[in-house]
Design a protein around this ligand. Structure first.
Ligand code: ZN
Length: 511
Protein backbone atom coordinates (compact mmCIF):
# COMPACT_ATOMS: atom_id res chain seq x y z
CA UNK A 1 0.00 0.00 0.00
CA UNK A 2 1.33 3.47 -0.87
CA UNK A 3 1.57 6.17 1.79
CA UNK A 4 -1.92 7.50 1.04
CA UNK A 5 -4.17 5.49 -1.22
CA UNK A 6 -6.92 7.28 -3.09
CA UNK A 7 -10.40 6.19 -2.02
CA UNK A 8 -12.97 6.83 -4.76
CA UNK A 9 -16.10 8.47 -3.47
CA UNK A 10 -19.15 7.11 -5.28
CA UNK A 11 -22.12 9.28 -4.40
CA UNK A 12 -25.56 7.69 -4.63
CA UNK A 13 -27.59 10.53 -3.06
CA UNK A 14 -29.49 10.93 -6.32
CA UNK A 15 -30.28 7.19 -6.67
CA UNK A 16 -30.28 5.23 -3.40
CA UNK A 17 -30.88 8.40 -1.37
CA UNK A 18 -33.56 9.81 -3.60
CA UNK A 19 -35.61 6.62 -3.63
CA UNK A 20 -36.14 6.74 0.15
CA UNK A 21 -39.49 8.05 1.44
CA UNK A 22 -39.82 11.83 1.46
CA UNK A 23 -36.61 12.44 -0.52
CA UNK A 24 -37.85 12.55 -4.11
CA UNK A 25 -36.41 15.27 -6.33
CA UNK A 26 -37.42 16.66 -9.70
CA UNK A 27 -34.90 16.34 -12.57
CA UNK A 28 -34.05 20.05 -12.16
CA UNK A 29 -33.41 19.63 -8.43
CA UNK A 30 -31.23 16.61 -9.17
CA UNK A 31 -29.22 18.71 -11.62
CA UNK A 32 -28.70 21.37 -8.91
CA UNK A 33 -27.52 18.69 -6.49
CA UNK A 34 -25.29 17.03 -9.10
CA UNK A 35 -23.49 20.33 -9.73
CA UNK A 36 -22.87 20.69 -6.00
CA UNK A 37 -21.56 17.10 -5.81
CA UNK A 38 -19.19 17.76 -8.70
CA UNK A 39 -17.90 20.91 -6.97
CA UNK A 40 -17.50 18.89 -3.77
CA UNK A 41 -15.12 16.64 -5.69
CA UNK A 42 -16.86 13.25 -5.70
CA UNK A 43 -15.31 10.81 -8.20
CA UNK A 44 -18.51 9.11 -9.38
CA UNK A 45 -22.12 10.34 -9.23
CA UNK A 46 -24.88 7.76 -9.54
CA UNK A 47 -27.63 9.84 -11.12
CA UNK A 48 -30.51 7.37 -11.16
CA UNK A 49 -32.15 4.14 -12.27
CA UNK A 50 -33.30 4.95 -15.82
CA UNK A 51 -35.57 1.92 -16.27
CA UNK A 52 -37.55 2.86 -13.16
CA UNK A 53 -39.06 6.18 -14.22
CA UNK A 54 -39.24 8.86 -16.84
CA UNK A 55 -38.07 11.36 -14.22
CA UNK A 56 -34.86 9.34 -13.62
CA UNK A 57 -34.21 9.20 -17.37
CA UNK A 58 -34.70 12.96 -17.71
CA UNK A 59 -32.46 13.72 -14.74
CA UNK A 60 -29.67 11.37 -15.87
CA UNK A 61 -29.69 12.76 -19.41
CA UNK A 62 -29.79 16.37 -18.16
CA UNK A 63 -26.80 15.80 -15.86
CA UNK A 64 -24.90 13.83 -18.54
CA UNK A 65 -25.08 16.79 -20.91
CA UNK A 66 -23.76 19.17 -18.28
CA UNK A 67 -21.09 17.56 -16.09
CA UNK A 68 -18.01 16.66 -18.12
CA UNK A 69 -15.36 16.07 -15.44
CA UNK A 70 -17.09 13.59 -13.12
CA UNK A 71 -17.82 9.93 -13.92
CA UNK A 72 -21.59 9.56 -14.23
CA UNK A 73 -23.17 6.24 -13.41
CA UNK A 74 -26.69 4.81 -13.72
CA UNK A 75 -28.16 1.62 -12.29
CA UNK A 76 -29.66 -1.33 -14.19
CA UNK A 77 -31.03 -4.71 -13.22
CA UNK A 78 -29.57 -7.69 -15.10
CA UNK A 79 -32.07 -7.18 -17.91
CA UNK A 80 -31.11 -6.20 -21.47
CA UNK A 81 -33.92 -3.59 -21.55
CA UNK A 82 -32.59 -1.92 -18.38
CA UNK A 83 -29.04 -1.85 -19.72
CA UNK A 84 -30.19 -0.40 -23.05
CA UNK A 85 -32.20 2.33 -21.28
CA UNK A 86 -29.14 3.14 -19.16
CA UNK A 87 -26.82 3.22 -22.17
CA UNK A 88 -29.19 5.61 -23.95
CA UNK A 89 -29.26 8.21 -21.16
CA UNK A 90 -25.47 8.05 -20.87
CA UNK A 91 -24.90 8.60 -24.59
CA UNK A 92 -24.12 12.28 -24.00
CA UNK A 93 -21.87 11.62 -20.99
CA UNK A 94 -18.14 12.34 -21.20
CA UNK A 95 -17.29 9.68 -18.59
CA UNK A 96 -20.08 7.08 -18.54
CA UNK A 97 -20.29 4.09 -16.20
CA UNK A 98 -22.92 1.34 -16.34
CA UNK A 99 -23.79 -0.26 -13.01
CA UNK A 100 -25.60 -3.62 -13.09
CA UNK A 101 -26.69 -5.58 -10.06
CA UNK A 102 -28.00 -9.04 -9.21
CA UNK A 103 -28.91 -10.62 -5.88
CA UNK A 104 -26.63 -13.40 -4.74
CA UNK A 105 -27.85 -14.43 -1.27
CA UNK A 106 -29.81 -17.67 -0.71
CA UNK A 107 -32.94 -15.78 0.45
CA UNK A 108 -32.91 -13.49 -2.57
CA UNK A 109 -32.10 -16.31 -5.02
CA UNK A 110 -34.99 -18.40 -3.76
CA UNK A 111 -37.68 -15.81 -3.06
CA UNK A 112 -36.88 -12.80 -5.24
CA UNK A 113 -35.11 -14.18 -8.31
CA UNK A 114 -36.21 -17.85 -8.25
CA UNK A 115 -32.82 -18.68 -9.75
CA UNK A 116 -30.33 -21.48 -9.07
CA UNK A 117 -26.66 -20.69 -8.37
CA UNK A 118 -25.77 -21.63 -11.96
CA UNK A 119 -28.44 -19.29 -13.30
CA UNK A 120 -27.09 -16.43 -11.17
CA UNK A 121 -23.56 -17.04 -12.49
CA UNK A 122 -24.73 -17.22 -16.10
CA UNK A 123 -26.99 -14.13 -15.79
CA UNK A 124 -24.14 -12.15 -14.22
CA UNK A 125 -21.65 -13.01 -16.96
CA UNK A 126 -24.11 -12.39 -19.81
CA UNK A 127 -25.29 -8.99 -18.56
CA UNK A 128 -21.87 -7.67 -17.54
CA UNK A 129 -20.62 -8.57 -21.01
CA UNK A 130 -23.65 -6.85 -22.57
CA UNK A 131 -22.98 -3.68 -20.51
CA UNK A 132 -19.33 -3.79 -21.64
CA UNK A 133 -20.52 -3.77 -25.27
CA UNK A 134 -21.71 -0.18 -24.61
CA UNK A 135 -19.01 1.27 -22.32
CA UNK A 136 -15.58 0.35 -20.93
CA UNK A 137 -16.44 1.31 -17.35
CA UNK A 138 -18.79 -1.32 -15.86
CA UNK A 139 -19.58 -1.85 -12.19
CA UNK A 140 -21.20 -5.03 -10.93
CA UNK A 141 -22.98 -5.29 -7.56
CA UNK A 142 -23.82 -8.46 -5.68
CA UNK A 143 -27.05 -7.40 -3.95
CA UNK A 144 -27.28 -8.78 -0.38
CA UNK A 145 -23.65 -9.83 -0.91
CA UNK A 146 -22.76 -9.92 2.79
CA UNK A 147 -25.46 -12.56 3.45
CA UNK A 148 -24.24 -14.76 0.58
CA UNK A 149 -22.25 -18.01 1.02
CA UNK A 150 -18.67 -16.72 0.74
CA UNK A 151 -17.48 -19.32 -1.76
CA UNK A 152 -20.42 -18.59 -4.04
CA UNK A 153 -19.96 -14.82 -3.66
CA UNK A 154 -16.35 -15.26 -4.79
CA UNK A 155 -17.51 -17.33 -7.76
CA UNK A 156 -20.02 -14.65 -8.87
CA UNK A 157 -17.41 -11.91 -8.53
CA UNK A 158 -14.95 -14.02 -10.54
CA UNK A 159 -17.59 -14.42 -13.27
CA UNK A 160 -18.26 -10.66 -13.32
CA UNK A 161 -14.53 -9.87 -13.60
CA UNK A 162 -14.05 -12.45 -16.36
CA UNK A 163 -17.00 -10.87 -18.24
CA UNK A 164 -15.40 -7.43 -18.07
CA UNK A 165 -16.51 -5.71 -14.84
CA UNK A 166 -13.99 -3.01 -13.84
CA UNK A 167 -15.46 -2.26 -10.39
CA UNK A 168 -16.93 -4.90 -8.08
CA UNK A 169 -19.28 -3.69 -5.37
CA UNK A 170 -20.24 -5.84 -2.39
CA UNK A 171 -23.29 -4.30 -0.74
CA UNK A 172 -24.33 -4.84 2.86
CA UNK A 173 -27.87 -4.31 1.61
CA UNK A 174 -29.60 -4.95 4.93
CA UNK A 175 -27.06 -3.24 7.19
CA UNK A 176 -26.36 -6.60 8.87
CA UNK A 177 -22.58 -6.99 8.85
CA UNK A 178 -20.08 -6.01 11.55
CA UNK A 179 -16.80 -4.15 10.87
CA UNK A 180 -14.56 -7.15 11.65
CA UNK A 181 -16.58 -9.37 9.30
CA UNK A 182 -16.46 -6.72 6.58
CA UNK A 183 -12.68 -6.28 6.82
CA UNK A 184 -12.10 -10.05 6.65
CA UNK A 185 -14.51 -10.53 3.76
CA UNK A 186 -12.78 -7.90 1.59
CA UNK A 187 -9.33 -9.21 2.48
CA UNK A 188 -10.26 -12.77 1.48
CA UNK A 189 -12.12 -11.80 -1.71
CA UNK A 190 -9.29 -9.56 -2.92
CA UNK A 191 -6.69 -12.23 -2.13
CA UNK A 192 -8.68 -15.13 -3.54
CA UNK A 193 -10.79 -14.14 -6.56
CA UNK A 194 -9.00 -14.57 -9.91
CA UNK A 195 -8.48 -11.19 -11.58
CA UNK A 196 -9.18 -9.23 -8.37
CA UNK A 197 -5.91 -7.30 -8.70
CA UNK A 198 -7.14 -5.69 -11.93
CA UNK A 199 -10.41 -4.23 -10.59
CA UNK A 200 -11.53 -1.79 -7.91
CA UNK A 201 -13.42 -3.29 -4.97
CA UNK A 202 -16.22 -1.19 -3.53
CA UNK A 203 -18.40 -1.20 -0.38
CA UNK A 204 -22.04 -0.13 -0.18
CA UNK A 205 -23.23 -0.17 3.43
CA UNK A 206 -26.63 0.49 4.95
CA UNK A 207 -27.13 1.84 8.43
CA UNK A 208 -29.79 -0.42 9.97
CA UNK A 209 -27.59 -1.14 13.00
CA UNK A 210 -25.81 2.22 12.90
CA UNK A 211 -22.64 0.66 11.45
CA UNK A 212 -22.66 1.88 7.84
CA UNK A 213 -19.69 4.24 8.26
CA UNK A 214 -17.77 1.80 10.47
CA UNK A 215 -18.37 -1.04 7.99
CA UNK A 216 -17.27 1.14 5.06
CA UNK A 217 -14.05 2.08 6.88
CA UNK A 218 -13.47 -1.60 7.68
CA UNK A 219 -13.93 -2.44 3.98
CA UNK A 220 -11.21 0.13 3.20
CA UNK A 221 -8.94 -1.56 5.72
CA UNK A 222 -9.71 -4.82 3.91
CA UNK A 223 -8.67 -3.32 0.58
CA UNK A 224 -11.78 -1.59 -0.85
CA UNK A 225 -10.81 1.50 -2.88
CA UNK A 226 -14.32 2.80 -3.58
CA UNK A 227 -17.05 3.62 -1.07
CA UNK A 228 -20.66 4.24 -1.98
CA UNK A 229 -22.29 6.83 0.20
CA UNK A 230 -24.82 9.66 0.37
CA UNK A 231 -24.87 13.21 1.71
CA UNK A 232 -26.38 13.28 5.23
CA UNK A 233 -26.54 9.47 5.01
CA UNK A 234 -29.97 9.58 3.36
CA UNK A 235 -31.25 6.35 1.81
CA UNK A 236 -33.57 3.40 2.21
CA UNK A 237 -34.75 2.78 5.81
CA UNK A 238 -31.96 3.95 8.20
CA UNK A 239 -29.98 5.23 5.22
CA UNK A 240 -26.56 4.71 3.65
CA UNK A 241 -23.01 5.42 4.75
CA UNK A 242 -22.85 9.20 5.41
CA UNK A 243 -20.25 10.71 3.09
CA UNK A 244 -19.30 13.57 5.41
CA UNK A 245 -18.53 11.17 8.27
CA UNK A 246 -16.52 8.75 6.13
CA UNK A 247 -14.54 11.54 4.46
CA UNK A 248 -13.67 13.26 7.73
CA UNK A 249 -12.74 9.95 9.41
CA UNK A 250 -10.24 9.34 6.59
CA UNK A 251 -8.97 12.92 6.84
CA UNK A 252 -8.67 13.23 10.62
CA UNK A 253 -7.26 9.67 10.95
CA UNK A 254 -5.30 9.73 7.68
CA UNK A 255 -2.15 8.36 9.34
CA UNK A 256 -4.13 5.38 10.62
CA UNK A 257 -6.02 4.53 7.39
CA UNK A 258 -3.20 5.55 5.01
CA UNK A 259 -5.92 6.63 2.63
CA UNK A 260 -7.64 9.85 1.60
CA UNK A 261 -10.27 11.20 -0.77
CA UNK A 262 -10.39 14.09 -3.25
CA UNK A 263 -13.31 15.73 -1.45
CA UNK A 264 -13.06 19.48 -0.80
CA UNK A 265 -14.09 19.15 2.84
CA UNK A 266 -14.90 22.86 3.12
CA UNK A 267 -17.91 22.20 0.92
CA UNK A 268 -19.36 19.43 3.14
CA UNK A 269 -21.63 21.64 5.26
CA UNK A 270 -22.95 23.77 2.37
CA UNK A 271 -23.67 20.60 0.34
CA UNK A 272 -25.40 18.96 3.32
CA UNK A 273 -27.56 22.06 3.80
CA UNK A 274 -28.35 22.28 0.11
CA UNK A 275 -29.63 18.68 0.08
CA UNK A 276 -31.57 19.23 3.28
CA UNK A 277 -33.31 22.21 1.70
CA UNK A 278 -33.93 20.50 -1.64
CA UNK A 279 -35.65 17.46 -0.11
CA UNK A 280 -37.01 19.27 2.95
CA UNK A 281 -35.40 16.83 5.39
CA UNK A 282 -33.69 18.52 8.33
CA UNK A 283 -30.34 17.24 9.61
CA UNK A 284 -30.51 16.04 13.22
CA UNK A 285 -28.81 18.59 15.46
CA UNK A 286 -26.27 16.22 16.98
CA UNK A 287 -25.33 14.63 13.61
CA UNK A 288 -21.54 14.31 13.26
CA UNK A 289 -19.83 16.94 11.07
CA UNK A 290 -22.94 18.61 9.61
CA UNK A 291 -25.36 18.81 12.58
CA UNK A 292 -25.99 22.24 14.11
CA UNK A 293 -24.47 21.10 17.41
CA UNK A 294 -21.49 19.26 15.94
CA UNK A 295 -19.11 22.05 16.99
CA UNK A 296 -21.14 23.73 19.74
CA UNK A 297 -19.54 23.83 23.16
CA UNK A 298 -21.94 24.76 25.92
CA UNK A 299 -20.51 23.22 29.05
CA UNK A 300 -18.37 25.59 31.11
CA UNK A 301 -15.45 23.16 31.34
CA UNK A 302 -15.37 22.69 27.57
CA UNK A 303 -15.57 26.42 26.85
CA UNK A 304 -12.74 27.10 29.27
CA UNK A 305 -10.57 24.46 27.63
CA UNK A 306 -11.46 25.68 24.15
CA UNK A 307 -10.45 29.25 24.99
CA UNK A 308 -7.01 28.06 26.15
CA UNK A 309 -6.35 25.60 23.37
CA UNK A 310 -8.75 24.53 20.68
CA UNK A 311 -7.35 21.01 20.55
CA UNK A 312 -8.54 20.24 24.08
CA UNK A 313 -12.06 19.46 22.92
CA UNK A 314 -11.95 19.65 19.11
CA UNK A 315 -10.40 17.22 16.63
CA UNK A 316 -11.47 19.25 13.57
CA UNK A 317 -11.82 22.94 12.78
CA UNK A 318 -15.41 23.87 11.98
CA UNK A 319 -14.12 25.96 9.06
CA UNK A 320 -12.45 22.87 7.55
CA UNK A 321 -15.82 21.20 7.03
CA UNK A 322 -17.50 24.38 5.83
CA UNK A 323 -19.09 25.94 8.89
CA UNK A 324 -18.91 29.72 8.57
CA UNK A 325 -16.83 31.29 11.33
CA UNK A 326 -19.73 33.60 12.13
CA UNK A 327 -23.33 33.41 11.06
CA UNK A 328 -24.27 36.49 9.07
CA UNK A 329 -27.87 36.96 8.07
CA UNK A 330 -28.90 38.86 4.98
CA UNK A 331 -32.34 40.26 4.23
CA UNK A 332 -34.31 42.69 2.12
CA UNK A 333 -32.31 45.68 3.41
CA UNK A 334 -28.96 44.14 2.50
CA UNK A 335 -27.12 45.76 -0.36
CA UNK A 336 -25.18 44.43 -3.31
CA UNK A 337 -21.84 44.79 -1.48
CA UNK A 338 -22.99 42.73 1.51
CA UNK A 339 -24.27 39.97 -0.76
CA UNK A 340 -21.04 40.01 -2.80
CA UNK A 341 -19.00 39.84 0.43
CA UNK A 342 -20.93 36.82 1.73
CA UNK A 343 -20.74 35.06 -1.66
CA UNK A 344 -16.97 35.57 -1.72
CA UNK A 345 -16.71 34.01 1.75
CA UNK A 346 -18.68 31.02 0.44
CA UNK A 347 -16.19 30.59 -2.39
CA UNK A 348 -18.03 32.47 -5.15
CA UNK A 349 -16.18 35.68 -6.00
CA UNK A 350 -18.67 37.31 -8.39
CA UNK A 351 -18.49 40.57 -10.29
CA UNK A 352 -20.44 42.57 -12.85
CA UNK A 353 -23.24 40.72 -14.70
CA UNK A 354 -22.81 37.46 -12.76
CA UNK A 355 -23.24 39.37 -9.51
CA UNK A 356 -26.16 41.34 -10.97
CA UNK A 357 -27.99 38.14 -11.82
CA UNK A 358 -27.53 36.57 -8.38
CA UNK A 359 -28.36 39.86 -6.66
CA UNK A 360 -31.61 40.14 -8.66
CA UNK A 361 -32.52 36.58 -7.59
CA UNK A 362 -31.58 37.49 -4.03
CA UNK A 363 -33.95 40.49 -4.09
CA UNK A 364 -36.67 38.34 -5.52
CA UNK A 365 -36.15 35.76 -2.76
CA UNK A 366 -36.36 38.53 -0.13
CA UNK A 367 -39.93 39.21 -1.25
CA UNK A 368 -41.01 35.88 0.20
CA UNK A 369 -38.34 35.24 2.81
CA UNK A 370 -37.43 37.63 5.62
CA UNK A 371 -33.93 36.27 5.96
CA UNK A 372 -31.60 34.76 3.38
CA UNK A 373 -28.94 32.46 4.76
CA UNK A 374 -25.89 30.69 3.32
CA UNK A 375 -27.95 27.77 2.06
CA UNK A 376 -30.24 30.10 0.15
CA UNK A 377 -27.20 31.77 -1.42
CA UNK A 378 -25.79 28.37 -2.39
CA UNK A 379 -29.10 27.53 -4.02
CA UNK A 380 -29.04 30.78 -5.98
CA UNK A 381 -25.47 30.03 -7.05
CA UNK A 382 -26.50 26.55 -8.20
CA UNK A 383 -29.18 28.14 -10.37
CA UNK A 384 -32.16 26.85 -8.41
CA UNK A 385 -35.16 28.81 -9.63
CA UNK A 386 -36.60 30.94 -6.85
CA UNK A 387 -39.57 32.27 -8.75
CA UNK A 388 -41.18 28.87 -9.35
CA UNK A 389 -44.43 27.96 -7.67
CA UNK A 390 -46.63 29.72 -5.13
CA UNK A 391 -45.13 32.49 -3.01
CA UNK A 392 -46.42 34.00 0.19
CA UNK A 393 -47.17 37.72 -0.15
CA UNK A 394 -48.85 38.38 3.19
CA UNK A 395 -50.77 36.68 5.97
CA UNK A 396 -52.90 37.58 8.97
CA UNK A 397 -53.87 35.05 11.60
CA UNK A 398 -56.16 35.75 14.56
CA UNK A 399 -57.04 33.46 17.40
CA UNK A 400 -59.89 35.16 19.24
CA UNK A 401 -63.12 33.54 20.30
CA UNK A 402 -64.14 29.97 19.48
CA UNK A 403 -62.25 29.44 16.23
CA UNK A 404 -59.05 30.84 14.76
CA UNK A 405 -59.08 32.48 11.35
CA UNK A 406 -56.38 33.03 8.74
CA UNK A 407 -56.24 35.23 5.69
CA UNK A 408 -53.44 34.79 3.19
CA UNK A 409 -52.33 36.43 -0.02
CA UNK A 410 -50.23 34.39 -2.45
CA UNK A 411 -48.81 34.94 -5.88
CA UNK A 412 -49.36 31.91 -8.08
CA UNK A 413 -46.79 30.44 -10.52
CA UNK A 414 -47.91 32.97 -13.16
CA UNK A 415 -47.54 35.87 -10.74
CA UNK A 416 -51.29 36.38 -10.20
CA UNK A 417 -52.55 37.31 -6.72
CA UNK A 418 -54.78 34.92 -4.80
CA UNK A 419 -56.51 35.87 -1.54
CA UNK A 420 -58.06 33.15 0.61
CA UNK A 421 -59.29 32.84 4.16
CA UNK A 422 -60.32 29.94 6.37
CA UNK A 423 -61.29 29.02 9.91
CA UNK A 424 -59.64 26.30 11.97
CA UNK A 425 -59.18 24.75 15.41
CA UNK A 426 -56.11 26.89 15.97
CA UNK A 427 -54.04 29.43 14.06
CA UNK A 428 -51.92 26.85 12.26
CA UNK A 429 -54.94 24.73 11.36
CA UNK A 430 -56.70 27.82 9.92
CA UNK A 431 -53.55 28.84 8.05
CA UNK A 432 -53.08 25.41 6.43
CA UNK A 433 -56.78 25.32 5.46
CA UNK A 434 -56.43 28.70 3.72
CA UNK A 435 -53.26 27.55 1.91
CA UNK A 436 -54.98 24.34 0.75
CA UNK A 437 -57.93 26.33 -0.57
CA UNK A 438 -55.64 28.77 -2.39
CA UNK A 439 -53.38 26.19 -4.04
CA UNK A 440 -55.78 23.27 -4.49
CA UNK A 441 -53.12 20.98 -3.00
CA UNK A 442 -54.34 18.61 -0.29
CA UNK A 443 -51.59 17.75 2.22
CA UNK A 444 -52.29 15.21 4.98
CA UNK A 445 -50.22 16.39 7.93
CA UNK A 446 -48.24 13.62 9.66
CA UNK A 447 -45.93 15.64 11.86
CA UNK A 448 -45.32 19.30 12.60
CA UNK A 449 -42.37 20.64 14.55
CA UNK A 450 -41.05 24.11 15.23
CA UNK A 451 -37.74 25.03 16.82
CA UNK A 452 -35.47 28.01 16.95
CA UNK A 453 -32.25 28.34 14.97
CA UNK A 454 -29.51 30.92 15.48
CA UNK A 455 -28.91 32.98 18.56
CA UNK A 456 -29.62 36.50 19.82
CA UNK A 457 -30.89 38.96 17.21
CA UNK A 458 -30.42 36.34 14.51
CA UNK A 459 -32.76 33.83 16.18
CA UNK A 460 -35.39 32.54 13.81
CA UNK A 461 -38.13 29.93 13.94
CA UNK A 462 -37.82 26.91 11.72
CA UNK A 463 -40.88 24.80 10.94
CA UNK A 464 -40.57 21.21 9.70
CA UNK A 465 -43.58 19.42 8.24
CA UNK A 466 -44.04 15.80 7.18
CA UNK A 467 -47.09 15.15 5.05
CA UNK A 468 -48.63 12.63 2.70
CA UNK A 469 -49.89 13.63 -0.72
CA UNK A 470 -50.51 11.63 -3.89
CA UNK A 471 -49.63 8.48 -1.88
CA UNK A 472 -46.08 9.77 -1.30
CA UNK A 473 -44.33 11.29 1.70
CA UNK A 474 -42.96 14.80 1.58
CA UNK A 475 -41.07 16.94 4.04
CA UNK A 476 -40.76 20.70 4.02
CA UNK A 477 -38.91 23.41 5.89
CA UNK A 478 -39.63 27.09 6.39
CA UNK A 479 -37.65 29.71 8.27
CA UNK A 480 -38.80 33.10 9.52
CA UNK A 481 -38.63 35.40 12.52
CA UNK A 482 -42.28 34.41 13.06
CA UNK A 483 -43.07 30.70 13.59
CA UNK A 484 -46.55 30.94 12.04
CA UNK A 485 -45.02 32.44 8.92
CA UNK A 486 -42.28 29.76 9.00
CA UNK A 487 -45.09 27.19 9.06
CA UNK A 488 -46.73 28.77 6.00
CA UNK A 489 -43.39 28.74 4.14
CA UNK A 490 -42.83 25.07 5.04
CA UNK A 491 -46.32 24.23 3.77
CA UNK A 492 -45.70 26.08 0.49
CA UNK A 493 -42.25 24.46 0.19
CA UNK A 494 -44.02 21.08 0.07
CA UNK A 495 -46.94 22.20 -2.11
CA UNK A 496 -44.53 23.59 -4.71
CA UNK A 497 -42.53 20.35 -4.60
CA UNK A 498 -45.71 18.28 -5.05
CA UNK A 499 -46.65 20.37 -8.07
CA UNK A 500 -43.14 20.07 -9.56
CA UNK A 501 -42.71 16.35 -9.00
CA UNK A 502 -46.15 15.00 -9.91
CA UNK A 503 -44.96 12.18 -12.14
CA UNK A 504 -45.59 8.45 -12.82
CA UNK A 505 -45.01 6.09 -9.89
CA UNK A 506 -41.53 4.61 -9.82
CA UNK A 507 -40.72 0.98 -9.25
CA UNK A 508 -38.44 -0.04 -6.41
CA UNK A 509 -34.71 -0.40 -7.02
CA UNK A 510 -31.95 -2.16 -5.14
CA UNK A 511 -31.77 -1.27 -1.46
ZN1 ZN B 1 -28.39 0.67 -1.12
Amino acid sequence: MSATDHIRIFDTTLRDGEQSPGCSMSPQQKAVMARALAELGVDIIETGFPASSLSDREAAALIARELRETTLCVLSRCLPGDIEASARVLQAAAKPRLHVFLSTSPLHREHKLRMSKDEVLETTARNVAYARSFVDDVEFSTEDGTRTEEDFLAEVIGAAIAAGATTVNVPDTLGYTTPAEMRGLFQRLIAGVPGAEGVVFSAHCHNDLGMAVANSLAAIEGGARQVECTINGIGERAGNCAMEELVMALKVRGAYFEADTRIDTRRLVPTSQLLSRLVGMPVQRNKAIVGANAFAHESGIHQHGMLRHRGTYEIMNPEDVGWPSSQMVLGRHSGRAAVAHRLRALGHPLENEALDRVFADFKSLCETQRVVDDVDLQRLMQGDRVGDGYRLASMTVSDRGQRASAQIELSDPDGLRIIESALGDGPVDALFAALAAATDVDLKLESYQVHSVGIGNDARGEANLSVRCDEAEYQGTGTSKDIIEASALAWLDIANRVLRTRQPQRMSAMA
